[in-house]
Design a protein around this ligand. Structure first.
Ligand code: TYM
Length: 336
């Protein structure tokens, strides 16, 4: 059986960008394919500690996994939910892959450049982060890794490390699908990037200081709707979908398509060429606030106990699969 795998860090409450770029696509894919695929959803808590965590990491981890359930994830015996730190093989394989990855390729990672930019010094974890991510993926032979656009570079790196390893030691790793196939599998044309509402040149990010720039999953729905209504668009007369020249309005069209699970073409066709900017904003504000009402209601109904039970099942499975792969790798390196 092929494997679909993804992870979201639990450093704080998530944004609408996390939700639409990674969480909701994973839930939809899992519900569609989990009869025939393994589905692994985990919280990379070891990735979390490269930077500050708002609140208690253990509690955030549980909350993050509740988000998947609140977004409609259906559970069956092929769906595995676990914490990275409870599967020691991740860190072990990370070390081994450190001896395969090169400084040059890690130096080129955009996320490292951004996070270390202007700092006199940063922790080694920030630099090594993508190697741990490669270990997360390769241990489970994952083919599909639904992610937002900012993380796609790490899939390419994972593929390169795995190919280099296999070339030297034989076919130990399954190579994850390349970007084009990943986005096709997600049912989109391009990797998803939800933009900042105030400055739509940038991606929506939890670390942006301005509150109006981002919608958080715990925002009061009416407040989130207000943020959409005040989003930066453009001063043209007609609505056009064009992320290059009209990032603000295009972002709203894209959000509408993803939330309502409508093909983007259809949403664009409805609004393109019209002058109904205000009406479009109202529509998106409505969709976002309705989504939040429903999501927050379901979230409140999920108990910690439910998630802890899922961990018990998922972590047993994850340790079995990961340890088996780790032994193969250790043998290839003559450690065993
Ligand atoms: P993280 O926690 O930074 O982000 C979680 C997911 O949310 C997506 N995302 C967005 N997508 C679209 N638009 C946005 N504005 C936006 N902001 C965030 C991210 O692309 C990501 O998919 N390295 C990962 C966690 C990780 C992982 C893994 C993922 C660790 N190991 C193995 C998959 C497989 C990360 O930091 O994501």
């Amino acid at each position: 059986m092929k494997t679909i795998l993804t992870g979201i860090r639990a450093n704080s409450v998530l944004t609408l960008g996390n939700y639409l770029g990674a969480l909701l696509p994973m839930v939809r894919l899992s519900n569609k394919y989990s009869k025939d695929y393994n589905v692994n959803i985990f919280v990379p808590d070891l990735h979390s500690i490269i930077s500050d965590v708002d609140g208690d990491l253990k509690e955030n981890t549980i909350r993050t996994l509740k988000y998947y359930l609140a977004a409609g994830l259906e559970i069956n015996e092929n769906v595995h939910i676990y914490r990275q730190s409870r599967v020691p093989a991740h860190s072990e394989l990370c070390w081994i892959l450190n001896c395969v990855a090169t400084m040059g390729e890690l130096n080129r990672m955009t996320q490292y450049k951004e996070k270390s930019d202007g700092k006199a010094s940063c922790n080694v974890g920030i630099f090594d982060y993508p190697v741990l991510m490669a270990a997360d993926i390769l241990l489970y032979s994952a083919t599909y890794v639904p992610l937002g656009e900012d993380q796609f570079q790490h899939i390419e790196l994972t593929r390169n490390i795995a190919e280099r390893f296999n070339h030297k030691f034989g076919e130990v790793f399954i190579i994850p699908a390349e970007t084009k196939e990943q986005v096709e599998f997600m049912g989109v044309e391009k990797p998803i990037r939800i933009r900042d509402l105030v400055n739509p040149e940038k991606k929506m990010s939890k670390s942006t200081a301005s509150e109006n720039s981002k919608i958080m999953l715990d925002d009061e729905p009416f407040k989130a709707a207000k943020k959409v209504m005040s989003a930066t668009t453009d001063s043209f007369v007609e609505v056009q979908f064009d992320f290059e020249k009209r990032p603000g309005i295009s972002n709203l069209l894209y959000i509408e398509a993803l939330i309502t699970d409508t093909p983007l073409d259809e949403v664009v066709k409805k609004w393109q060429g019209t002058t109904r900017y205000g009406e479009l904003k109202k529509q998106v504000a409505n969709s976002v606030s309705e989504m939040l009402v429903e999501f927050q209601k379901r979230l409140a109904e999920i108990s910690d106990k439910q998630v802890l039970e899922l961990f018990e099942f998922g972590e047993k499975y994850a340790n079995e699969v990961a340890n088996q792969k780790l032994i193969e790798v250790q043998k290839a390196f003559n450690l065993r």
